[in-house]
Write a protein that binds this ligand. Sequence first.
Ligand SMILES: Cc1cc2nc3c(=O)[nH]c(=O)nc-3n(C[C@H](O)[C@H](O)[C@H](O)COP(=O)(O)O)c2cc1C
Length: 183
Amino acid sequence: MYYTTPVSIKGAVYKHSGEIHVKVIIAYMSLSSNTKKIAEAIYQEIQEEKEIKELHEIDDFEGYDLAFVGFPMHGFGVPEEAQRFLEKHCKGKKIALFVTHGAPEHSGDLQPWLAKCKEAAVKANVIDMFNCQGELAQFVSDELLKSENPLFRAYGEAGPSTKGQPDAARVERAHIFAREIMA
Ligand SMILES: Cc1cc2nc3c(=O)[nH]c(=O)nc-3n(C[C@H](O)[C@H](O)[C@H](O)COP(=O)(O)O)c2cc1C
């Protein structure tokens, strides 16, 4: 699990401006709703002025004190759409990342992939990062099972074990993640 010490956003804003008003956006992409489920859990925890939008709906990303930016892991790293979004909109911004992936959290493969996700946001001020397993869509398992690469086939065979993710415990972790950042 990639989960660093959270930084209190309200504390940071208070110290900076002497006000407690905070405006937050939850910006995400999600093909099969796993990352959307986590985005919604985060959204529910925010007590401040807030918006939730898919990445493709966002043109203007100004005026927020904090953005939670989420996407699924694709190809051992960041999907192109999310990469473009991070480059175009997140430079110098305070962001908290959230990522879902088919691999289980304890997988040894995961850490370098998560490191790539964080690197993709290197120009932003990343205050924390959440990650959890999401269900592997059937079409992804089917494609992986056809691969000549035994490693990819093994990922495909693990598809059924991801069913129902992110489960209630993982969604609850997302609630805690958001609460701790906003505390
Ligand atoms: C094109 C594609 C590539 C993927 N590559 C990876 C990967 O490299 N590692 C991984 O753990 N999961 C991978 N997955 C699985 C997704 O990251 C996982 O199912 C995620 O929870 C999907 O989230 P979503 O429903 O929000 O799109 C991939 C899925 C797709 C569709």
